[in-house]
Design a protein around this ligand. Structure first.
Ligand SMILES: *[C@@H]1O[C@H](CO)[C@@H](O)[C@H](O)[C@H]1NC(C)=O
Ligand SMILES: *[C@@H]1O[C@H](CO)[C@@H](O)[C@H](O)[C@H]1NC(C)=O
Ligand SMILES: *[C@@H]1O[C@H](CO)[C@@H](O)[C@H](O)[C@H]1NC(C)=O
Ligand SMILES: *[C@@H]1O[C@H](CO)[C@@H](O)[C@H](O)[C@H]1NC(C)=O
Length: 403
C-alpha cells in the first residue's frame, strides 16, 4: 500500500550509479575521438614483407634502403654514433606536463626541446644498444611502442624492445598530451596527435642521425660528487626512514654524477651522457613557456662549447645529454620549502603553512627568479661534467648490455 520511497543513502547511490555510467561513456567517447596513430597498420605489413620472401614481391624491402655503416673488427672499443633532433611539440593550445596543474597551459617557447640519441655497438657489430634522452616529462608507453614500430619498419630487427632505451629528462615545462592512460589524458585535457607525432619524429630523427654517424671510438667513464645544486624535497619525510637505513648513506640525496664520454679513435670528442639525480623543476608551476629546464640548459652550454660556430638550433657534431636518474625526491630549489607569506619553513608533516595552508608552501631556487635559478643549476651541472673529463677516468670495456 505504502508508496515506495528511497532513503537518502539510496538516492545518493542511484545518483552515483548514473554519474559513473555517464563518466564511463564520456571517457570511452573521448578515447575513440582521440585514438589514432597506434593502430597504424604499418608495423604489421612491414613484418610480413621482411618475414615472407614472396617471389612476386615488388615492394622494396625497407631494411635494404638503410645500409649498415662499415664495420672494422680489429680495434678495441665500440662503434659509436650520436645524434640530436628537435622534438618540440605544441607551444600553445596544450597543457604542460609535470605539475599536473589545471590551467598551466603553454603560451609560448623559451627553449626548444631536443631528442639526443647515442648508439653503441661491439666492434664486430654483433651487439648494439641505443640510449635516447629526450627533453620531455617522461616517455609514455604509446610513444615507445610507436618509435619501436617505426624503427622496425626502417631497420628490421636492428633496434628492438630489448636494446632501445628511451628516457625523458623529466622537465616539467614540456607539452603534455602524449600518454595513452586515461588519468593522464584527463589531466592533459585530451590526447594531442600533433605533439605525439612531433615527438616520435624527433626521436626517430635523432636515432637515424646517430645510426648514420657511427664510427669506431672509445668510451670513458667518470664519477664525482656535485655539491650545492640539490636538496631532498622533504627532509622531514626522509627522517621517517629507519635509522639503520639512513646510516648507510652520507646524505639524504645522492650527490654522485656519472659521466660517459665518447671519443673517436683520434681522441676527438663525439658526445657525452651525464646522469645526475635532480628534478628539472627550477622553472616552477607558474611558468607557461615550453623549455628544457636546468638539464636542458646544461646540454645547451656543453653543446655550444663543443660545436663552435654553430647556432644553438643548428645540428652540430657533438651531443651532450644530461639525463634523468634517481631524482625522485631531489629538488634543485635549494633554498627549501618556505611559506610565501610569512617566510618560515614548511618542511613539516603536511607541508603546510600556519596561514594559507599547503598552497603557501613553495620551494625556491638559488636565483633571483626561476630563470636565474635554471641557469645557475644548469651551469653547475655543465661545469661538473666538463671537469670530469680532465680528472682520472676509466676506459670503458666489456660487453654491451641494455637492461
Ligand atoms: C595523426 O598525425 C599523423 C601525422 O601527422 C597523421 O598521419 C594521422 O592521420 C593523425 N591521426 C589522427 C587520428 O588524426
Ligand atoms: C684495421 O684493419 C684495417 C684494414 O686491414 C687497417 O687499415 C687498420 O689500420 C686496422 N686498424 C687497427 C686499429 O688495427
Ligand atoms: C597533519 O595532518 C594530520 C591529519 O590531518 C593531523 O592530524 C596532524 O596534526 C597534522 N600535522 C601537522 C604538523 O600539521
Ligand atoms: C615561481 O617563481 C617566481 C619567480 O620567478 C615567483 O615569483 C613565484 O612566486 C614562484 N611560484 C611558485 C608557485 O613557486
Amino acid at each position: 500500500m505504502a508508496k515506495r520511497t528511497f532513503s537518502t543513502l539510496e538516492t545518493f547511490l542511484i545518483f552515483l550509479l548514473i554519474m559513473m555510467t555517464a563518466i564511463t561513456v564520456a571517457l570511452l567517447s573521448l578515447l575513440f575521438i582521440t585514438s589514432g596513430t597506434i593502430e597504424n597498420p604499418k608495423g604489421t605489413t612491414d613484418e610480413h614483407s621482411t618475414l615472407t620472401q614472396g617471389p612476386t614481391t615488388t615492394q622494396v624491402d625497407p631494411v635494404t634502403t638503410t645500409p649498415e655503416p662499415p664495420l672494422f673488427q680489429n680495434f678495441s672499443g665500440y662503434h659509436i654514433g650520436v645524434g640530436r633532433a628537435d622534438c618540440t611539440g605544441q607551444v600553445a593550445d596544450i597543457n604542460m606536463m609535470g605539475y599536473g596543474k589545471g590551467g598551466q597551459n603553454a603560451r609560448g617557447l623559451l627553449t626548444r626541446l631536443y631528442s639526443r640519441a647515442f648508439i653503441m655497438a661491439e666492434p664486430d657489430g654483433s651487439n648494439r644498444m641505443a640510449f635516447v634522452s629526450i627533453d620531455i616529462g617522461m616517455v609514455s608507453q604509446r610513444l615507445r611502442l610507436e618509435v619501436l614500430n617505426r624503427l622496425k619498419s626502417k631497420y628490421g630487427s636492428l633496434y628492438r624492445r630489448d636494446n632501445v632505451i628511451l628516457s625523458g629528462t623529466h622537465t616539467h615545462s614540456g607539452p603534455a598530451g602524449y600518454f595513452q592512460y586515461t588519468v593522464f589524458v584527463i589531466a592533459s585535457e585530451g590526447f594531442s596527435n600533433r605533439t605525439f607525432n612531433y615527438m616520435v619524429t624527433g626521436i626517430m630523427k635523432s636515432i637515424e642521425i646517430a645510426h648514420k654517424n657511427m664510427k669506431p671510438g672509445k668510451i670513458f667513464m667518470n664519477k664525482g660528487n656535485v655539491d650545492g645544486t640539490q636538496i631532498n624535497r622533504s627532509p622531514y619525510s626522509y627522517l621517517q626512514n629507519p635509522l639503520a637505513e639512513r646510516l648507510r648513506y652520507s646524505s639524504d640525496t645522492d650527490k654522485e654524477m656519472l659521466v660517459l664520454k665518447m671519443v673517436d679513435l683520434n681522441g676527438e670528442d663525439l658526445g657525452l651522457i651525464s646522469w645526475f639525480a635532480i628534478h628539472p623543476v627550477s622553472m616552477n608551476n607558474s611558468n607557461h613557456l615550453v623549455n628544457s629546464d636546468n638539464m636542458g640548459y646544461a646540454s645547451y652550454l656543453f653543446e655550444q662549447e663543443k660545436n663552435k660556430g654553430h647556432l644553438p638550433g643548428q645540428q652540430g657534431p657533438f651531443v651532450a645529454a644530461f639525463a634523468s636518474s634517481n631524482l625522485g625526491d631531489v629538488s634543485p630549489n635549494i633554498l627549501g620549502p618556505r611559506c610565501a607569506n610569512t617566510g618560515e619553513s614548511c618542511d613539516n608533516a603536511n607541508s603546510t603553512c600556519p596561514i594559507g595552508g599547503a598552497t603557501m608552501c613553495m620551494a625556491r631556487g638559488p636565483g633571483q627568479d626561476m630563470l636565474d635559478s635554471t641557469q645557475i643549476i644548469g651551469r653547475a651541472l655543465y661545469q661538473k661534467a666538463t671537469e670530469d673529463k680532465s680528472s682520472s677516468s676509466t676506459d670503458g670495456s666489456g660487453k654491451l648490455v641494455a637492461a
